[in-house]
Write a protein that binds this ligand. Structure first.
Ligand code: AMP
Length: 509
C-alpha cells in the first residue's frame, strides 16, 4: 500500500514524501481512511508505530477547510507529558508545512501569558497537557465548545498519572458534535470504560498486541550481588558499577538510563559525571526550560547518556537510540515495555539492559509474564552475579530475619527464662501457703468468738473460683446482703459456674 491510496491531499502527500516516508505503517494504513471519513477511532498502539502521523495527517486535511476564531480552538490533542505534547507539535510543523494551519501548545512550566496570546489569535490545533489546559480554561482565556476533533493520546499513561478526572472534565467541555480518537498502548478496563463513554461507534484498530516489546530490541538482565541482602533500595553502589561496565562493554552511541526515583536520577547522573562519562539528566521536577534544553542537546548528540525518570521519557522519539539501560527494574511491568521501546524504533535495532538485585525477583517475574518470555541473563566481567530471589526464598529470608540470634544463645536464653519462671512460681506458692495459714488462723480465732456470722458473711467468697489474684478476692461490700453458704458436694475439683449465681432466698425477696 502507498500513502496516495489513503485519500490524503497532494499537499499532505508532499510533506510526507519530504519527511522521507515511503510506505504507511500498519496503523496509518488502517486509521487514515477512517479518520478522513470523520469516524471515531479507538486505537491500541504503542509509540514507535507511527501513530502520531495516523491522526495528524488526516487532521491537517480536515482542518484545511475552515477558520479558527479567537480563543476557540477547532481541535484539541491531549498528551500526558510536556515532552510528548512538544513532539506532537513538531509533527504538525513537519506534516503541515504546505498548509497554513495555526497551532498552540499549552504545557506547564512555560509562560502562560505567551500561550494565551497565541490562543487570542485563534488556533486550528491546540496541543495540551490536561492540567495546564484546565488552568487556562478556568481563568477564562479559552472556550472549548468549538472543538470538533478531540484526540486523547496515551490514555493508559493518563490513567497512570491520575489525569482521568481532568480528561473527563475536558470531554464535558468540548462540543458534543465532534470526532473523537483515543490512543492507548494498553487497554485496561478503565480505558475501555472511557472509550465506551467518549466514543461513538468507533473503528477499533490494534496494531501490535498490547505491551509487546519491539522485536528489534535485544534484551539482557544483569543481576548484581550485594552485601545487604533483603533490604529495599540497597546495592546501589554495585548497580552503578555494573552500569559503568555495561556502558564500557557496549557500543553505545546514545542511551537513556532509567531510574525509578527522581532522587536516584540525580545520584546516578552525578556518579557518571564523577567517573568521566558524558551524561545529562531529565526528570519531572526540573524547570521546563532546562528540560527542553537538555532534551535538545541529547537529540543533537551533544549528550551521550541521559539519566531520566519514567515521566520524563515516556514516548520520546529520539532517532537511532542505540541503548536503553534500566538502572532499576520498573515496578510496573508496562513501564518496562515503554522504556525499552525508546530503542529499536522504526525498524532499527537496539539493545536494552536491565540491572537487578536478587530482591527484584518479583518485578522481573511480572515483566517476563507480560512480555511472554524470559529476559536473557547477562554475565558481566568484573561484576559479581547472583540469582533472583523467588517468593519462597523471600519468605525464608523474612522468617530468619525475625529470629536473627544464633541457636546457642537462644537455648541459653530459654533455659534462663525457664529458671526465672520456676523461681517465680516457687515464691508464689510459698507466699500462698503462708497467706492460707494466716487466714485459717484468723478464721479459727473468729470462730472461737461466735464466728458463724463471719463465716456466713464470707460465704459468697468461699465458693468463688480462683481468679488468679493470689487470694485477694474482693469481699462483699459492707451493708450488702450476705449470700447463703451453698454446700458443694461431689463436684470434683471445680465449682460449676451456674452454682455461683446468686439464688434469691425468701428473705431477700
Ligand atoms: P510515533 O509512533 O508516532 O511516535 O512515530 C515513531 C517514529 O516513526 C517517528 O520518528 C516517525 O517520524 C516515524 N514514522 C512515522 N510514520 C512513518 C512511516 N510511514 N515511515 C517511516 N517512519 C515513520
Amino acid at each position: 500500500m502507498d500513502f496516495s491510496d489513503l485519500g490524503l491531499s497532494p499537499d499532505v502527500l508532499r510533506a510526507v514524501a519530504d519527511a522521507g516516508y515511503s510506505t504507511p505503517t500498519p496503523i496509518q494504513a488502517q486509521a487514515i481512511p477512517f479518520v478522513l471519513m470523520s469516524r471515531d477511532l479507538l486505537a491500541c498502539a504503542q509509540t514507535g508505530t507511527g501513530k502520531t502521523a495516523s491522526f495528524t495527517l488526516p487532521m491537517i486535511d480536515i482542518l484545511a477547510a475552515g477558520r479558527a476564531k479567537a480563543r476557540m480552538p477547532r481541535s484539541l490533542i491531549l498528551e500526558p507529558t510536556r515532552e510528548l505534547a512538544a513532539q506532537v507539535a513538531e509533527n504538525f510543523d513537519i506534516y503541515g508545512r504546505y498548509h497554513r494551519l495555526s497551532k498552540a501548545l499549552l504545557i506547564g512550566g512555560e509562560s502562560m501569558g505567551d500561550q494565551v496570546k497565541v490562543l487570542d489569535r485563534g488556533v486550528d490545533v491546540l496541543i495540551a497537557t490536561p492540567g495546564r489546559l484546565l488552568d487556562v480554561f478556568d481563568r477564562g482565556y479559552l472556550l472549548m465548545n468549538d472543538v470538533r476533533i478531540l484526540v486523547i493520546d496515551e490514555a493508559d499513561r493518563m490513567l497512570d498519572m491520575g489525569f482521568i478526572p481532568d480528561v473527563e472534565r475536558i470531554v464535558s467541555l468540548v462540543s458534543r458534535i465532534r470526532q473523537t480518537m483515543l490512543f492507548s498502548a494498553t487497554m485496561p478496563p478503565e480505558i475501555r470504560r472511557l472509550a465506551d463513554a467518549f466514543l461513538m461507534n468507533p473503528k477499533e484498530i490494534s496494531v501490535a498486541p498490547p505491551a509487546t516489546p519491539a522485536e528489534t530490541v535485544t534484551q539482557g538482565l544483569v543481576i548484581v550481588d550485594h552485601a545487604d541482602r533483603g533490604r529495599i533500595g540497597v546495592g546501589q553502589k554495585e548497580k552503578r558499577a555494573a552500569l559503568r561496565r555495561l556502558v564500557d562493554s557496549e557500543a553505545v552511541t546514545n542511551a537513556l538510563v532509567f531510574c525509578n526515583r527522581k532522587r536516584d536520577v540525580g545520584i546516578v547522573h552525578r556518579s557518571l559525571l564523577h567517573h568521566g562519562y558524558d551524561a545529562g539528566m531529565l526528570h519531572g521536577d526540573m524547570a521546563q526550560p532546562v528540560r527542553t534544553e537538555t532534551l535538545e542537546r541529547f537529540k543533537a548528540g551533544e549528550i551521550k547518556l541521559l539519566v531520566c525518570s519514567d515521566v520524563a521519557a515516556r514516548g520520546l522519539d529520539i532517532a537511532g537510540m542505540s541503548h536503553v539501560f534500566n538502572f532499576d527494574v520498573p515496578t510496573h511491568a508496562e513501564d518496562y515495555v515503554h522504556r525499552i521501546g525508546r530503542t529499536g524504533r522504526a525498524g532499527r535495532t537496539g539493545c536494552a539492559f536491565t540491572i537487578a538485585t536478587p530482591e527484584d525477583g518479583k518485578y522481573v517475574a511480572a515483566i517476563e509474564n507480560l512480555i511472554g518470555k524470559a529476559i536473557p541473563r547477562t554475565a558481566l566481567a568484573g561484576v559479581e552475579g547472583a540469582e533472583l530471589e523467588t517468593a519462597s526464598d523471600k519468605r525464608r529470608r523474612r522468617r530468619s530475619a525475625r529470629r536473627p540470634e544464633p541457636v546457642e544463645k537462644k537455648g541459653r536464653e530459654r533455659a534462663a527464662e525457664r529458671k526465672s519462671r520456676e523461681r517465680a512460681a516457687e515464691k508464689k506458692s510459698r507466699e500462698g501457703a503462708a497467706d492460707r495459714k494466716n487466714r485459717e488462723g484468723a478464721a479459727e480465732a473468729k470462730k472461737g468468738a461466735g464466728g458463724r456470722k463471719a463465716d456466713a458473711k464470707r460465704g459468697g467468697v468461699v465458693n468463688k473460683p480462683d481468679r488468679g489474684d493470689g487470694g485477694k478476692a474482693r469481699r462483699p461490700r459492707r451493708g450488702k446482703q450476705p449470700e447463703p453458704e451453698t454446700p458443694v458436694v461431689g463436684m470434683g475439683d471445680h465449682v460449676p459456674a451456674f452454682m455461683l449465681r446468686r439464688t434469691k432466698t425468701r428473705n431477700q425477696a
